[in-house]
Design a protein around this ligand. Structure first.
Ligand SMILES: *Cc1c(COP(=O)(O)O)cnc(C)c1O
Length: 370
């Protein structure tokens, strides 16, 4: 699904010498590269504060802690997403309120958000799934009307540009109250282990996020609130700093592969290619097709036999997971999500896909669908 080795070869010199330097200086925790990467990312995103942390799940959790959400508060998010988004809501004793997504873009359904708002609602967590932004302009106007926080889960869409109807642009994750991202190796900006970050333009909130991710500490050994221990390792910051310089190229390479898939698969009656929206660029964390009248399990096996990986993101809707069992939801409540879980297939997508590989993938896929 991804080729991290090919990508590494191109930045090997910088990464290797940077990592060696960290080891030479034994600056494993909070070494200079962490601050440097943080500043580089702030500049790239045009956001006032980036607060690095240990992973994307922590980023979401710390964001919700910093907003002072209390048990019983309702947080609205999509039923079609990676488990982490909803998991932290439940873990903090908040109430996850799931809503369906749009069938073409996989992003959270804004009408469904509006219907789900109650006096207990405190926050909305839109997920920019697969690399394209949710409808942030409408989400922000809903949030303003009902005085809700917006936590963007931008784990899959770092670098995507959002365009408002008045023409202004902003990077994904810098529009809501807080943006949360992941640097898991296979993400668009991935390190060589775990990593994550929060973004915000709010100075007070930035202080809180930093404090919470550092044991609630204001001054050394003075702890004002209960926090956690969530840091980005210096070695990971070295890798991220090197890769950030190439992030736009990486997005271009992904878009080139996506355009190839579109061209070759776009007219097939059994395939629905991923829709594009006007309000966002797409950074193609995943290229996800929907299959129509196809035995997906068999197709995956046949592709695997020919050396072609294909993944199902995500096979089981959150509301059908045991961990999220609730009187609020039952099977049948989110028909779009349920249909997507049964029909989606993500094809290999990364920065190193050349035309020969793409041709091999699509030739085989089309042959197997006949
Ligand atoms: C990867 C991912 C996360 C979690 O990130 P980790 O770094 O693995 O904790 C959260 N939300 C979404 C949508 C993701 O894809």
């Amino acid at each position: 699904m991804v080729d991290l080795k090919g990508q590494y070869q191109k930045i090997k010199a910088e990464v290797d010498s940077g990592i060696q330097e960290v080891i030479n200086n034994t600056a494993f925790i909070n070494g200079p590269a962490v601050k440097e990467f943080q500043a580089d990312l702030e500049k790239y995103l045009n956001v006032k504060h980036v607060i690095p942390c240990a992973n994307g799940t922590d980023a979401l959790q710390i964001a919700m802690m910093a907003l002072g959400l209390k048990p019983g508060d309702e947080v609205i998010t999509a039923s079609f997403t990676y488990v982490a988004t909803a998991e932290v809501i439940g873990l903090l004793g908040l109430t996850p309120v799931l809503v369906d997504v749009y069938p073409d873009t996989f992003d959270i359904d804004v009408e469904a958000i509006e219907k789900a708002i109650t006096p207990k609602t405190k926050a909305i967590v839109p997920v920019h799934l697969f690399g394209q932004c949710a409808d942030m302009e409408r989400i922000m106007s809903l949030a303003k009307k009902h005085q809700l926080y917006v936590i963007e889960d931008v784990a899959q869409a770092i670098g995507a540009d959002y365009t408002f109807s008045n023409g202004t642009k902003a990077k994904a994750g810098t529009i809501g109250t807080i943006g949360c991202t992941s640097f898991f190796p296979s993400k668009n900006l991935g390190c060589y282990g775990d990593g994550g970050a929060m973004y915000t333009n709010d100075d007070e909130l930035a202080k809180k996020l930093k404090m919470i991710s550092h044991h609630g500490q204001s001054v050394q050994y003075v702890h004002d609130v209960l926090g956690c221990n969530s840091r980005l390792d210096t070695i990971q910051a070295v890798v991220l700093k090197a890769k950030l310089k190439h992030l736009d190229e990486y997005a271009q390479a992904r878009n080139k592969a996506a355009a190839y898939y579109d061209r070759v698969l776009g007219n097939h009656p059994k395939i629905k290619i991923p829709a594009r929206v006007k309000h966002s660029t797409h950074v193609f964390h995943q290229y996800t097709i929907q299959l129509n009248g196809v035995d997906r399990t068999k197709l995956r096996e046949q592709l695997a036999e020919r050396g072609i990986p294909a993944m199902i993101y995500y096979p089981i809707p959150l509301h059908e997971q045991k961990a999220f069992k609730s009187e609020r939801f039952k099977k049948g409540d989110f028909p779009v999500t349920e249909k997507l879980c049964a029909t989606v297939l993500s094809l290999p997508m990364h920065t190193e896909l050349d035309e020969d590989t793409l041709k091999y993938i699509t030739d085989n896929l089309l042959e197997l669908l006949n």
